[in-house]
Write a protein that binds this ligand. Structure first.
Ligand SMILES: NC(=O)c1ccc[n+]([C@@H]2O[C@H](COP(=O)([O-])OP(=O)(O)OC[C@H]3O[C@@H](n4cnc5c(N)ncnc54)[C@H](O)[C@@H]3O)[C@@H](O)[C@H]2O)c1
Length: 343
């Protein structure tokens, strides 16, 4: 498929490489507001300056693209995605879908009206370790989920940029991976959230880079989510450390290690074993791409289409409301439910 890529920053250049390496995609247009970024991307894609544009309008007009990949900062996702969908392109966008609830709703509405495929790249689902854990849970190895604890404590300095300026950088730019994964592994929908956010004294983030949230899920299970980019050390990897407990046992993930505990009776562990992550032929964004091309080609509903992803994004916006008000809030409020019912 012929692709326009918008945004060629740190993560965008990785996408340029993936789109170049992937056998079924060809970059026909690169868009960025920075000439430096375009030059770097052009070298990876091995294309001429005639494929480089400073606006999406020019790229759409001068290429015969079929799809677009959006890798700009979140605040620009809405304009790019909506323009592409209206021009008849199928879209993959980086997470998060957008930075405000109204932008997300506008994207979902446009995807519905234009009937183009619009997928958010939740690559976290397709990391071998996380994919393996999801499979264990989906196969019923730990039974019905009752409680989950996530500790994402990763002191990380991006050296400036949009994350250091956001009001709640981890909740808006990072937690969507973890929230989406919660829905994916449990098959449950979140009902309420409560929590607090703060900024450690030493933090070089302007906004609150630490938070502690409790989600109540549709079967009554609770998920405790503790996260910080301001930790004094790297106590988890980017996946976070997980303890997922069901009525038959527990699966844990800690810094690359998966352990499965069989607990058939009350609290006594019967067996405990380390599980090796599954070998996957494609993973992360390459699997996102593969699923997307398959969906467009064969008319299959892809995973992480915006109609599903909006429910993961609802967790982000409800979490923001909860930490701002200090109250327990519904994840899907009436306005949200009304929107979902029209799709
Ligand atoms: N899934 C992941 O693992 C992962 C990792 C990193 C970043 N991301 C996501 O990727 C996106 C980009 O992050 P990044 O780290 O590459 O950011 P970045 O700031 O390094 O790069 C953004 C690029 O977009 C360009 N840009 C800004 N506004 C634009 C516009 N209106 N039109 C065209 N180009 C524009 C900038 O010039 C820059 O080159 C974000 O949504 C981020 O959350 C995802």
């Amino acid at each position: 498929m012929r692709v326009i890529q918008v945004g060629a920053g740190v993560h965008g250049l990785r996408w340029t490489q993936w789109l170049t390496d992937f056998p079924k995609t060809e970059i026909v247009g690169l868009v960025d507001v920075s000439d430096e970024a375009l030059t770097a991307a052009r070298k990876i894609a091995k294309c001429g300056t005639d494929a480089c544009f400073s606006t999406l309008d020019q790229a759409i007009k001068n290429t015969n693209a079929e799809m677009l990949v959006c890798v700009t900062p979140p605040e620009y996702h809405k304009a790019t995605i909506i323009k592409a969908l209206k021009a008849g392109l199928h879209v993959i966008s980086e997470k998060p879908m957008a930075d405000t609830i109204s932008s997300c709703k506008a994207i979902v509405k446009t995807a519905s009206e234009t009937r183009r495929r619009c997928v958010i790249s939740q690559n976290f689902r397709y990391r071998p370790a996380m994919y393996t854990i999801a499979e264990l849970i989906h196969k019923g190895k730990i039974g019905e989920i009752g409680q989950i604890k996530v500790d994402f404590y990763l002191g990380f300095d991006f050296g400036g940029g949009f994350r250091h300026e956001m009001e709640y950088p981890v909740i808006v730019d990072m937690a969507i991976h973890h929230f989406d994964y919660m829905r994916y592994i449990t098959g449950l929908e979140p009902v309420t959230v409560q929590g607090v956010a703060w900024n450690p004294k030493w933090s070089n983030y302007q906004g609150d880079c630490s938070s502690s949230l409790i989600f109540e899920m549709s079967n009554g299970a609770r998920i405790l989510y503790n996260a910080s980019w301001g930790a004094k050390g790297q106590f988890s990897d980017w996946n976070g450390n997980w303890q997922i407990e069901g009525d038959k046992g527990t699966v844990t993930y800690e810094n690359g290690h998966i352990r499965l505990y069989s607990v058939p009776k009350l609290y006594k562990v019967k067996t405990e074993k380390e599980i090796a992550p599954k070998k996957m032929t494609r993973e992360e964004q390459m699997l996102v791409l593969d699923n997307f091309i398959r969906a467009v080609t064969y008319g299959i509903v892809p995973e992480c289409e915006v109609f599903d992803n909006i429910k993961s994004m609802a967790m982000v916006f409800a979490a923001l409301k909860a930490v701002k008000t200090g109250k327990k809030v519904p994840v899907i409020d009436k306005a949200f439910a009304d929107l979902l019912s029209t799709l």
